[in-house]
Design a protein around this ligand. Structure first.
Ligand code: UT7
Length: 329
């Protein structure tokens, strides 16, 4: 009997802008300290895109690298799914801007808005396209220029965020390798714990709008923290079980890099050693939708992901929305 078609990740790529912003830089602009930031978050520095670099530009670089690894041409790609909350424009999608910049003559391109869960969300949709036979090659991206929506007067949030892009090419596989199980869930009742009140249709910019921070990210960090630990653990256990596995079968964990304490709590609850967890939060901070594919690409290029490894990805973010994916590498 023929094996079920699975969506396999055949190439990964990522991009981070060269400009670094260190904890010492934040000590100069808000009432904070290197010591507080490291112990409470695990972050030492983050990358910041310059004014002329947009989400689509970072996505282009990550995509080029993923296509190269996959040995795939842009003509082969049939769908481009970009997870982002920092699109170049409100209309059209950043996926369409990327298409305009790179080609992709045979693809449909669209964005998903799932904040830090954006890549897992896009991966889940891409997986469905391939398993159902609708498309053969799908490009999934998580990209953010969070510096464009960060309030650099708010010490509660500004020290956390950075800019980056990560991409993956999905193709069909019939040898059992690929995305085995995914899970997504949200709770819109908690939307005001992590949001941007101004700039949408409810509170549009008016000619007399004065900067009050409401057009930037607001987060109730301590409440989000508690839900993040609980729901990331739940999502992880669901995809592990969905793949017919136990937590001890997980080879590598690629978690959303929001806070080292969240990641450690997750690993402890799952009973997975930190040696199996991919960490780069110290270098990049929280890059929202780019966080998981950036860590995945770094682990992949370092040779940490071996054929048939059980790779667990898990994320949580504004919506609130969370999700996980279990991939047989
Ligand atoms: O990516 C999407 C999902 N996001 C997350 O999962 C983030 C979840 N939340 C967190 O990572 C943490 O809640 C934070 C890192 C944001 C904050 O850490 P915390 O341990 O929860 O601190 P807190 O919000 O409870 O604040 C404790 C204290 C407060 O001072 P008081 O009121 O006790 O005097 C804050 O004002 O720490 C203060 N504080 C800071 N102090 C120095 C908050 N930010 C800073 C700062 N530097 N940058």
């Amino acid at each position: 009997m023929a094996q079920q078609v699975r969506a396999r990740i055949i190439g990964t790529g990522s991009f981070t802008p060269p400009k670094r912003m260190t904890n010492a830089d934040f000590e100069k602009i808000v009432d904070t300290s290197d010591e507080w930031i490291i112990t409470r978050t695990g972050i030492r520095e983050r990358r910041i895109a310059d004014n002329g670099t947009q989400s689509s530009d970072m996505a282009v670089e990550a995509t080029r690298r993923a296509l190269e690894m996959a040995e795939c041409s842009d003509e082969e790609i049939e769908a481009i799914i970009v997870g982002t909350v920092t699109p170049d424009y409100r209309l059209p999608s950043t996926a369409c801007v990327l298409q305009e910049k790179m080609g992709f003559p045979n693809a449909v391109a669209f964005d998903t808005v799932a904040a830090c869960t954006g890549f897992i969300n896009s991966l889940s949709i891409g997986r469905s396209f391939i398993e159902s036979g609708v498309y053969k090659k799908v490009l999934v991206i998580g990209v953010e220029k969070l510096s464009s929506i960060t309030n650099y007067k708010d010490r509660n949030t500004c020290v956390l965020f950075g800019d980056a892009a990560g991409a993956a090419i999905l193709g069909p596989s019939e040898n059992g390798r690929g995305v085995v199980s995914t899970f997504m869930k949200s709770d819109g009742k908690l939307r005001e714990w992590l949001w941007m009140p101004t700039g949408g249709a409810v509170n549009p910019y008016t000619p007399d709008f004065t900067f009050d921070g409401s057009d930037k990210i607001y987060m109730n960090g301590s409440e989000v923290f508690k839900v993040a630990v609980r729901q990331m653990c739940d999502a992880a256990l669901r995809v592990i079980k969905g793949a017919g596995l136990q937590p001890s079968d997980v080879s590598v964990v690629v978690p959303h890099q929001a806070n080292i304490r969240i990641i450690e709590a997750l690993a402890k609850r799952l009973g997975v050693g930190m040696d199996k967890v991919v960490l780069n939060i110290d270098k990049y901070g929280n890059t929202s939708a780019a966080s998981v594919p950036l860590a995945l690409d770094e682990a992949n290029r370092e040779g940490r992901l071996k054929p048939n490894d059980n790779v667990l990805m898990v994320a949580f973010g504004g919506g609130l929305i969370w999700g996980a994916a279990l991939v047989r590498w």
